[in-house]
Design a protein around this ligand. Structure first.
Ligand code: C2E
Ligand code: MG
Ligand code: MG
Ligand code: MG
Length: 283
């Protein structure tokens, strides 16, 4: 494929690049068939309410059960599904699978359980207005209230003045669906969207949490996020909590919810069910 250009010495495709391009192409092909043959699984990570230690929320995190390579994490394939648009189809499956389990667990917990689903910008940007209605229609169909669902979106998505997206989000909210801003503080941080759009949760990115024990800047930033969020009526979820020190700092700072390996890694549904039945996690 490398083009030998007459007199030019440029060889745009080095062997390494060529190899990468080939790998990418075969990954795309594999992903297409993985979607057709349903090779994906959702794992669930508990989101723990800090004051009570109770689990009544979880984040759904997708994994690819690859026939040869084993379980692959989303960083290995979500970017490619976003670049190729395959995320639309995969995202439909993720949504349906997440709410299917949520329906079970909501009944188990007399209505208390709530699931958090990561949504790629493309899924909301899609012109097709039908899509939004389909999710609501699907919830209707399985008899699950929108209040059981949180959509995790990123700051970037909220930044642009996209009337169609704002409109879609409003429609979801009207059905009781809540919104969380994921990886808060890592995107373009204009805070104006916080008052323009109805949001329910800010998720403090784990990059601020990991050094809470020692880094005074991270402590200041996390505290400021929590104070600001509460002042505008939002709840805060800290992600990537791995140590007791981090948890204790976050409790003292008034953080509402925590999620991280300290409590549990993301686990398959059957295993999550056992955590749910315990009701409280002690660490
Ligand atoms: P995210 O939404 O910020 O998810 C949190 C990530 O942090 C997850 O990685 C989770 O396993 C990991 N994590 C949780 N607790 C800890 C901890 O204590 N320490 C550390 N070091 N990591 C922790 P995961 O599952 O690999 O997902 C990575 C990213 O992939 C997610 O980041 C999200 O942006 C994306 N993603 C995952 N599932 C989906 C999905 O269903 N749809 C879409 N569109 N994106 C997804
Ligand atoms: Mg997330
Ligand atoms: Mg996150
Ligand atoms: Mg994150």
């Amino acid at each position: 494929i490398a083009k030998k250009n007459g007199g030019s010495c440029f060889n745009y495709f080095t062997p390494a690049l060529q190899e990468a391009a080939l790998q990418r192409r075969s990954l795309i092909k594999e992903l297409r068939s993985a979607i057709q043959t349903n090779q994906f699984v959702l794992h669930f990570q508990p989101i723990v309410e800090m004051v009570s230690g109770r689990i009544h929320k979880a984040e759904a995190l997708v994994r690819w059960n690859h026939p040869e390579r084993g379980i692959l994490g989303p960083v290995e394939f979500i970017p490619v599904t976003e670049e190729t648009g395959l995320i639309i189809e995969l995202g439909e499956w993720i949504f349906k699978e997440a709410v299917r389990w949520t329906k079970c667990w909501t009944e188990r917990r007399s209505g208390e359980f709530q699931v958090s689903i990561n949504i790629s910008p493309l899924q909301l940007k899609k012109e097709d207005h039908q899509k939004g209605n389909e999710w609501l229609a699907h919830l209707d169909e399985i008899g699950l209230s929108g209040t059981r669902v949180v959509l995790e979106i990123t700051e970037g998505l909220l930044m642009g003045e996209n009337a169609k997206i704002a409109d879609k989000l409003r429609r979801y909210r009207a059905a009781g669906i809540q919104m969380a801003v994921d990886d808060f503080g890592t995107g373009y941080s204009s805070l104006s969207y916080l008052k323009k759009l109805d949001i329910d949760y800010l998720k403090i990115d784990k990059s601020f949490v990991s050094n809470l024990a020692t880094d005074t800047n991270d402590r200041a930033i996390s505290t400021a996020i929590i104070v600001m969020a509460h002042k505008v009526g939002l709840k805060v979820i800290a992600e990537g909590v791995e140590t007791v020190e981090q948890r204790d700092f976050l409790i003292a700072a008034g953080c509402d919810y925590c999620q991280g390996y300290l409590y549990s890694r993301p686990v398959p549904p059957e295993q999550f069910e056992r955590l749910l039945d315990q009701d409280v996690v002690n660490v």
